[in-house]
Design a protein around this ligand. Sequence first.
Ligand code: PDD
Length: 278
Amino acid sequence: RIGFVRGEFVPLRDAVIPVMDRGFLFGDGVYEVTAVIEGRLVDNDHHLQRLERSLAEIGIANPFSIEAWTGIETELMRRNELRNGLIYIQVSRGVAERAFQYAEGLEPTVVMFPQFSRVQSNPVIETGGRIITVPDLRWARRDIKSTSLLAQVMAKHAVKQAGVNEAWMLDGDEITEGASSTAFIVSASNELITRNLSQDILPGITRRTIIEIAKRHGLTIAERPFSKADVLGATEVFYTSASTIAVPVIEMDGVSVGGGIPGPVFRSLYDAYLQDVM
Ligand code: PDD
């Protein structure tokens, strides 16, 4: 695999980062994950705009324009013959003597690489997935796509141990979002509900597109917090992310939800999403 590391295209197994990189020492950096489906970057401008916002929020100058980022991504796809998968981008503040305070004007460390997968061929779409709930242990700026991901690492380990597909995170009684996805439910009164954007959740790019499609389909959309009880009473439950598109949920904490099968609202949104990108 060829990556783009500190300004050069290099075989990933040979790529190295100085140990004094602040991304390594402090998790002082941000990232993006964009899907590639049949040779096309999905929602890429929105991902790159979110990257720009994450960088601005933590005071790192964006090293590239949207056009330049896209050019590097395209070159990575070409060099790796990547037609289906993901492109990962990470920008850390740079290399410096270890100190919490940072000097202005460090050169940000950029690392990019592809991952091979077929985002659009996930068998769990047909069968439905299972989730557990875990406490949301993250910090108070979840709108920044930070590489400090210890809470998510712990949540995903719980996912693995439980043998399920994803964890939804609880802030008190309310679901914030998935460990690496946005949470949606369809209520008994046929509203599509997902938490409103704030510093409590990541502004999901797939969330944005799914809402756009739902509006086109004439669905009523309610962007507001919802509880675990709301999930139990929902007619459909699903989550979205760049790496999964959307996954229907049929069980939460061992209890059947969403009627126990992938529902029609999920299916129509999922199909429309794929149709839009292909
Ligand atoms: N994660 N919420 C969190 C906490 C996430 O980490 C992600 C994505 C999302 C969905 O955002 P989007 O639709 O823009 O992918 C929501 C990526 C895929 C990851 O960390 O691998």
